[in-house]
Design a protein around this ligand. Sequence first.
Ligand code: FMN
Length: 251
Amino acid sequence: MTKKIRKMYEWLLADEWENRDPSKTPQGKGEPAPPIQKTMSVLTQCVSLPPVANLNLGNVSVRDAILRRSSRRVFSNEPLSLEELSYLLWATAGIRGIRKEGESAFRMVPSGGCRHPIETYLLINRIDGISPGLYHFQPFEHDLCFIREIPNQSEQIKNMCLGKVFCADAPVLFVWTAIPYRTEWCFGSVSPKLIAQDSGHICQNLYLAAESIGCGTCAVGAYHQHHADRLIGLDGINEFVIYMAPVGKQM
Ligand SMILES: Cc1cc2nc3c(=O)[nH]c(=O)nc-3n(C[C@H](O)[C@H](O)[C@H](O)COP(=O)(O)O)c2cc1C
């Protein structure tokens, strides 16, 4: 282990929970909770996704989904339907209920302190009825909002993902970002670890939900950080890319 890596572990495993003083966090100081969803400009074009309650999808048992799950890097050329995409977004970022008068919300995944710092963006390539480009998912409305077209999208994704063609050619690439202040507001210096842990739950739900509808995915941690932040349009400080996963139909 190099000294640099050793230092990173020391930081990650430091007993910050013991030393933490909740009265020193923004929440402890009485500062208002940050918004629990990133809001788009009123001019943004958003489409309502089919409500998941009306969809007959994903009837595979949890046991079978766990058994069949594997990282899939080869997909058929078939596009995903809007219903399938709606189901995958619900499984990974959907809302189960509002708590504390909108200060936080329960989702389909757990999150440290129910802070849910992760946002979902999609680089859409082949989804029925949706033009290619960059989109943002609004979990409270269950809407997909168009951000912009990406020139040479496939090439840009390939470069961002360090040459991974299975990311560039997939029908859709899920790109998860972190808004760290959502967690820092409550947890201060232990937040980086919690945020990384949170993103893992989301990706695992994607694996299992994809498996349950004959699709597949592969977690992607190896990507060019600055390129990814730039492509999504983030400053890389108040919000940054943390994880990705392409989705396509199984061959
Ligand atoms: C945190 C994390 C990051 C990963 N990053 C990549 C990646 O960048 N590229 C890739 O091809 N696979 C990536 N994988 C997938 C692993 O290679 C895969 O999970 C592992 O080989 C075990 O295979 P399985 O998922 O089929 O059980 C990642 C998995 C995890 C959990």
